[in-house]
Design a protein around this ligand. Structure first.
Ligand SMILES: [Zn+2]
Ligand SMILES: [Zn+2]
Length: 166
């Protein structure tokens, strides 16, 4: 049992720049979604990157740094990589997840809670590609899944700021 949920502890979401004191800020909505995915797929999830402090230059393109920097984005992989396309499709059903990216080469999924227009994309060759039906088919993502944005599926509140441990 972690200090945030059954499988997650705040130390899994800390900044790993190596220079700060492992600062952390993480939305409990994201923790709730990840917990749901872990249980549904019976897959241990590996958090690759969650909170980032100002020391970190993200290689991810676009404005995603901002979401990592306020505890509203997580990049994660699964113990068995073959589950990632199915997990991506499952995440598409969550109205809370408004930013959803998949990197089939580096085997991770980015989720965020942007307040702007919901967006889905694919990371390819260091850039971001629009998720066309062709690309969806090529990476096993099937037909587009539309979330019911009028609904809420996660009951945890957000965001949570955890004091950093000295
Ligand atoms: Zn840091
Ligand atoms: Zn990310």
């Amino acid at each position: 049992m972690g200090n945030l949920s059954e499988h997650f502890d705040s130390n899994m979401f800390v900044c790993n720049c190596g220079q700060c004191r492992q600062e952390v800020k993480i939305s409990l909505t994201l923790v709730g979604v990840l917990e749901d995915v872990w249980v549904k797929f019976n897959q241990p999830l590996a958090i690759k990157r969650a909170f980032v402090c100002d020391n970190i230059e993200l290689e991810e393109p676009g404005p995603k740094r901002n979401y990592h920097g306020i505890g509203k984005a997580v990049d994660f992989g699964a113990a068995e990589e073959k589950f990632l396309p199915e997990i991506f499709r499952y995440l598409e059903t969550f109205p809370e997840i408004t930013g959803l990216g998949y990197d089939p080469d580096r085997k991770y999924i980015h989720i965020d809670l942007r307040e702007k227009e919901p967006s889905k994309w694919l990371y390819q060759h260091g850039g971001e590609k629009e998720l066309t039906p062709e690309l969806r088919a090529r990476y096993g993502l099937g037909a587009d899944v539309t979330a019911d944005r009028g609904k809420k599926s996660v009951s945890l509140d957000m965001p949570l700021e955890i004091p950093s441990v000295a």
